[in-house]
Design a binder for this molecule. Structure first.
Ligand SMILES: Cc1cc2nc3c(=O)[nH]c(=O)nc-3n(C[C@H](O)[C@H](O)[C@H](O)COP(=O)(O)O)c2cc1C
Length: 249
């Protein structure tokens, strides 16, 4: 395996960090790598908010579903899908004449793609420097709170957040299994899986779940569905997503 493939395949989500702060040289490399990612029409429809302030990290650790490891990170990058700057430019330069199209959902989706592609470049760049990271989806929760905390105007949505820190010495990486490739990669056209195939696909998760003594007598599907999809947490998350969409108008 070459170094790039090793870096990609070695990566795990890191939630324990070495106490050492990430050097500014390394953070610059991570940010430069993010910015060099592909971007639709070379429009760079995102902004990156670099957080080093411990107080802000402490606030995020609480507001992002109470995950204390967030405040132990050395640095945090928040990837904001952002059409505010282009929108202001178009407006200021008189492009929004009667009858002209204004921005909409198409730009929003492209901005999401731009921001997330850039974020994964940051992850891989970090990994190559022995810096681990973890995505935090919960930055999309608590819309009003995060909007204020980060000073986010209209046409911005914080689509991704990453915590960063050096791997602790002798850290044992545990690679989490993925579904078998046959259920994820289809040849030429999408393949709808039949009932049997769906059963086989999820057996991996069920076996993992059943291997734990504490799960004796429980069903994976029920435990997972109730913990995630059917939870109050996801209900609130959904409300927050509606709020973010309103921010894009
Ligand atoms: C969009 C997204 C949101 C995530 N949010 C969280 C999170 O809030 N907290 C957390 O500990 N991990 C979070 N993760 C990390 C996943 O749990 C992790 O990627 C997954 O379990 C697979 O493990 P691995 O990254 O070590 O391969 C998130 C990952 C993604 C892609």
């Amino acid at each position: 395996m070459n170094e790039t493939l090793k870096t990609i395949n070695n990566r795990v989500s890191l939630r324990w960090y070495d106490k050492k702060k990430i050097s500014s040289e390394h953070m610059d490399k991570i940010i430069e790598s993010a910015i060099s990612a592909p971007t639709a029409g070379n429009m760079v429809m995102y902004s990156i908010i670099h957080i080093q302030n411990k107080e802000t990290m402490e606030k995020l650790a609480i507001s992002c579903d109470d995950q204390p490891f967030i405040k132990a990170a050395s640095d945090i990058l928040i990837f904001v899908a952002d059409f505010k700057k282009w929108n202001d430019y178009f407006k200021d330069e008189g492009m929004y004449k009667e009858g002209n199209r204004k921005i909409g959902k198409a730009e929003m989706i492209l901005a999401f793609e731009d921001a997330m592609i850039a974020s994964e470049n940051a992850v891989i760049a970090g990994e190559s420097l022995n810096i681990g990271s973890c995505y935090i989806g919960d930055i999309l929760e608590n819309c009003e709170y995060h909007k204020e905390l980060l000073n986010l105007p209209e046409y911005t949505i914080p689509i991704g957040m990453l915590t960063f820190g050096y791997y602790p010495e002798d850290y044992k990486r545990i690679k989490r299994k993925r579904f078998d490739k046959e259920f994820v990669v289809f040849k030429e056209k999408y393949k709808e899986l039949d009932k049997e195939e769906i059963k086989t696909m999820f057996k991996l998760k069920e076996d993992e779940f059943n291997s734990k003594e504490s799960n004796k007598g429980k069903r994976f599907v029920e435990a997972f569905y109730n913990r995630k999809t059917n939870s109050d947490f996801m209900e609130n998350f959904e409300t927050s997503i509606d709020e973010w969409f309103k921010n894009w108008k």
